[in-house]
Design a protein around this ligand. Structure first.
Ligand code: ATP
Ligand code: MG
Length: 191
């Protein structure tokens, strides 16, 4: 790498739409009454598909091509579990059954990134949405939620992360539609 070359901290992710984000934020609000934690800000809630870490900006076009080359299918995600990991003090939501389309999307991205020379996580993919860090969840225990949060996933995106003492800030750089996720035309949506 030449001296002074800029790097970007990047990851591929599922980014909630407004409706899903509102449901997630509302769910988190209810937990705040019972749990002390460093809560993830509503605008930061996401599911990581593949984490690249620091990437030389010259490789950004390659990363974009990999995102654009994935032939993924849309799917419905049912976030129906909450889990607490005491060792890391993390609270997260997850689907008790992961759609094959989600595994394929995450594994496909990781495989293509590896092929392009990126050093990627070797552990099997486990979809999860972190809602809190430094959590001391008192009476919350891991288990199935009474009301799952449903999310029709029609796209995925490439996100840039800026770490700071104030918490991380994310910026969606680009997003790609998944097959089968066309918007419903106006004249059909009112039927
Ligand atoms: P902070 O590190 O300040 O707690 P963060 O973890 O939200 O903030 P990043 O470290 O930039 O921000 O991570 C972005 C996303 O990638 C998060 O969802 C994070 O859980 C995930 N991630 C980070 N490091 C890895 C890794 N080594 N393997 C897999 N996923 C990772
Ligand atoms: Mg991190």
């Amino acid at each position: 790498m030449s001296v002074g070359t800029k790097t970007l901290r990047l990851f591929f992710a599922l980014w909630p739409g407004e409706a899903e984000r509102a449901s997630l934020a509302q769910f988190v609000e209810t937990l705040k009454r019972t749990t002390t934690a460093r809560w993830v800000e509503p605008e930061n809630l996401h599911i990581t598909l593949a984490f690249l870490g620091e990437v030389n900006e010259e490789r950004l076009p390659l990363v974009d091509r990999i995102g654009g080359g994935i032939d993924g299918q849309s799917f419905e995600l049912k976030l129906d579990r909450i889990d607490f990991w005491p060792k890391k003090e993390i609270l997260w939501l997850s689907p008790s059954s992961t759609p094959a389309a989600l595994d394929n999307l995450a594994n496909g991205l990781t495989a293509e990134l590896k092929r392009a020379g990126f050093v990627m996580e070797n552990r099997p993919y486990r979809a999860h949405l972190t809602i809190a860090r430094k959590a001391h969840p008192g009476c919350i225990s891991s288990g199935v939620l009474d009301g799952p949060i449903r999310w029709n996933v029609g796209s995925f995106c490439l996100v840039e992360s800026h770490l700071s003492g104030m918490g991380s800030q994310y910026r969606v750089r680009k997003s790609w539609n998944l097959s089968g996720s066309q918007a419903i035309p106006d004249d059909l949506s009112v039927r």
